[in-house]
Structures are given as structure tokens and as C-alpha cells.
Design a protein. Structure first.
Ligand code: PLP
Length: 398
């Protein structure tokens, strides 16, 4: 998925615009910037590409999730339902505002199981946070219906799925708010950066103020701004926004290459009847950043993953053993290992995940392998890769 593979002249041009005028800050300094407002331009471009009214750039995807939650007034003791398979940033962001992570099962889409979400709702639930893992959508229609029924916020973590769609809408634009990451390994990158998108003008205004110390951005005099509420510094710099602007303009080209490369690998694996592909919800289209598939059982999957590595197929993930992405190894979360004292609301609200089991998710993740789809492979490399993958997986199945 990495846009970092294809840096070029467009990135350099936008960066040089910023370096030439020297204004690295996204706000103010009108007189010096020679008309360059990279963050503002990127926000406008994101609105266009994602078909939403508002976009707020911030310093990371984690910051985007935090700002989104804060903007909707989510705070201490509120419960946020999220999947057991994601990246650690999902619970970090909500705990940063004092909210309690409520972890629930995934299904064969590798995203939230709507039935598990419904079961986890309590009077304290405020948010459902689906994570469009590995480039493909959660079951958004079902989740939206649950949110409407229980008056909950639907916040899409689309950090790994920019460019994917659901019922024709860009992922991130379907719920009340959506978040993207532009960190170094995402489909498009600016080094470090992120964005919140929404059609809700109130949330958008809050995100604008909250991500810049609560400044209300009124008028031209930064020193004279008011602070309707407390905020923080989650700003993006003009340097990062410049690279992001270039990368967003290339997103559709990247997606096309990803899809082409994904299709070659998928067609090769389709020759093995035991290989079942990750379920993509009806009406959804992936961004093709990963090819994810299931093998018949855990032992075969471990064998297959090992064989892929030994065959030199890089970028293959066995998430079940991965401590970034699956609950099984999130000891720091389960034991609330914090440097300081944890907010009491989190301590009180936290479920005992050492005792809870997620057998349904274990049975899925234990059989899942995901293969990173790169942009820069030559036809020759791609063909070789497909051959090696088929050989390794066939060998593992025996
Ligand atoms: C990368 C990622 C994030 C966080 O993004 P950063 O920009 O690295 O902070 C959040 N959620 C998911 C699913 C991610 O993959």
C-alpha cells in the first residue's frame, strides 16, 4: 500500500513552493506565503475526492481519531465499540479522551461483526468505530442501522482503506465522521499526517478549533483569537501537507496499479481450491492494498506463512501472532499499563480482557494471511511472486 514507493516531481514541486516562501505553519503569515496554503488546498482536495463538506488535516491518523472523538463531545467514561483486529492506535485515540474501549469480535470481512456490536451496547455506549482493515469495508449499512436505532455515532477508521468504497461512497464518508492516516506505510503518505472528514458543520468547526489549541480562527490576528473550549496541538505542517497534496493527486493512479497487482496475485491463488478469500461486503470495493485469504486451519496457515517467508515473498502477515494488530498480544492494554495514573473512568469501565475470550475472532485470524500489495513491482517480479506464493501455499496444504 505504500505511496512512498513513488515519490517524484509533483511532491518536489509542492515542497519547494513551501520552502521558497519559508512558511512552514499552516495558519497565518499571509504576507510571506506568496499565495501558498498547502493544508487548505489539501483539505479542499480531500473534500472533493471524498465527496464531503468538511475535511480537517491533523498530524497523524491517531490524532485524527482523537480529534474526531473530541469534536463529537466524546469524553470520560463514554464507551466506544471497536474490533479486536485493528491497529493499537484505535484504542489509544479513544483512551486519550478518557473513553473506554469495548472490544468485540470480527467476522470473515476481517471487520466488526454487527451482531457482536449490538450485543455490546450499554447505556454508556456513545460510538461505534468500525475499522476498514487491510483495505476493505466494514458492513456499514448494518452498522449504521444499529447506530441510528441506539443513537450512536458512527466513526469510520479508514486509515488503511483510503480509496475503497461502499455503495459507491468513498470509505470514510459513509458514517458521521471518517479518519485517514498518511503515515509512511499507508496508501498515500506525507511522512506523518491524517485527516478527519465529515458532513457535520458542528463537528467540523470543533475539529478545526480543537486541533489548534481551541483557537477559534476568527479574523487575521492569531494573537487575538478566542477559545470557546480547551484544545490541543494536533496541527499538520505545510511541509507535510505539500507532500500530501501531491500524493492525493496520484491516489487514483496508485489504486489502479494496486488493483492490477492484486488481481495477478489473486488469480494465481484462485487455482488452489483450499484458499478462501477475505469476504468483501456486498456493495463494497476494496482499495486493493492487501490480498487477504484464509487457509483451512491454524496449523496449515502457520506452515503457509512460514513457507512464504522462506520462499522470499516479503510483506506477508500472520496477524494472529502480531502484537500491533490483534488483541491476543495487547498485554499493555489488557493490564492498563500506563506511565501515569489512568483516568478512573477507564479503570472502572475496562472489561477484564484477560478472562474474556474471542474464539470466533481467533478462529478467523488464526487462519488469515495478508499479503501487502506494492506499487513498484515489475511484471517479471509480479509473475515470480505469484509463482512462489502458489508453490509455498500448495506445499503447506500438502
Ligand atoms: C495507521 C493506522 C492508524 C493510525 O495512523 P497513524 O497516522 O500511524 O497515527 C489508525 N488506525 C489504523 C487501522 C491504522 O492502520
Amino acid at each position: 500500500m505504500p505511496g512512498f514507493e513513488l515519490f517524484g516531481d509533483i511532491e518536489r514541486k509542492h515542497l519547494n513552493d513551501v520552502l521558497d516562501n519559508g512558511v512552514l505553519m499552516r495558519y497565518g503569515f499571509e504576507g510571506m506565503r506568496k499565495g501558498h496554503w498547502k493544508a487548505k488546498e489539501l483539505e479542499a482536495a480531500l473534500c472533493g475526492r471524498m465527496q464531503v463538506k468538511h475535511a480537517q488535516l491533523v498530524s497523524s491518523g491517531t490524532a485524527a481519531l482523537t480529534v474526531a472523538l473530541a469534536s463529537a463531545g466524546v469524553g470520560a467514561g463514554d464507551e466506544v465499540i471497536m474490533p479486536v483486529f485493528t491497529f493499537v492506535a484505535s484504542f489509544e485515540s479513544l483512551m486519550a479522551v478518557g473513553a473506554v474501549p469495548v472490544l468485540v469480535d470480527i467476522d470473515e470481512t476481517l471487520t466488526l461483526d454487527p451482531a457482536a456490536v449490538e450485543k455490546a451496547i450499554t447505556p454508556r455506549t456513545r460510538v461505534v468505530m468500525p475499522v476498514h482493515m487491510c483495505g476493505s469495508s466494514a458492513q456499514l449499512r448494518e452498522l449504521k442501522a444499529i447506530c441510528e436505532k441506539h443513537n450512536l455515532l458512527l466513526l469510520e477508521d479508514a486509515c488503511q482503506a483510503i480509496g475503497g468504497t461502499y455503495e459507491g461512497k468513498p470509505l470514510g464518508s459513509y458514517g458521521d465522521m471518517g479518519c485517514f492516516s498518511f503515515d509512511y506505510v499507508k496508501t498515500i503518505t506525507c511522512g506523518e499526517g491524517g485527516a478527519v472528514i465529515t458532513n457535520n458543520p458542528e463537528y467540523a468547526k470543533h475539529a478545526d478549533h480543537y486541533s489548534d489549541h481551541g483557537h477559534d480562527h476568527s479574523g487575521n490576528d492569531r494573537g487575538a483569537e478566542q477559545h470557546p473550549f480547551l484544545g490541543y496541538n494536533y496541527r499538520i505542517s505545510e511541509l507535510h501537507a505539500a507532500v500530501g497534496l501531491a500524493q492525493l493527486s496520484r491516489l487514483d493512479d496508485f489504486l489502479e496499479v494496486q488493483k492490477k497487482n492484486y488481481t495477478v496475485l489473486r488469480q494465481a491463488l484462485e487455482t488452489i481450491p483450499e484458499v478462501i478469500f477475505r469476504k468483501v461486503p456486498e456493495g463494497a470495493e476494496e482499495n486493493y492494498s492487501f490480498l487477504s485469504f484464509f487457509l483451512p486451519d491454524e496449523a496449515t496457515t502457520r506452515k503457509g506463512h512460514k513457507a512464504l517467508g522462506e520462499a522470499g515473498v516479503d510483506g506477508c502477515f500472520y496477524w494472529y501472532d502480531n502484537n500491533w494488530h490483534y488483541i491476543k498480544k495487547w498485554e499493555h492494554l489488557k493490564q492498563l499499563k500506563s506511565l501515569g495514573k489512568m483516568p478512573q473512568e477507564i479503570v472502572d469501565g475496562m472489561r477484564d480482557y484477560d478472562k474474556s475470550d474471542f474464539p470466533a475472532s481467533d478462529a478467523i485470524i488464526g487462519r488469515t494471511v495478508s499479503v501487502l500489495v506494492k506499487l513498484s513491482w515489475s511484471e517479471e517480479q509480479l509473475r515470480e511472486r505469484a509463482e512462489k506464493m502458489v508453490k509455498a501455499i500448495r506445499g503447506a496444504i500438502g
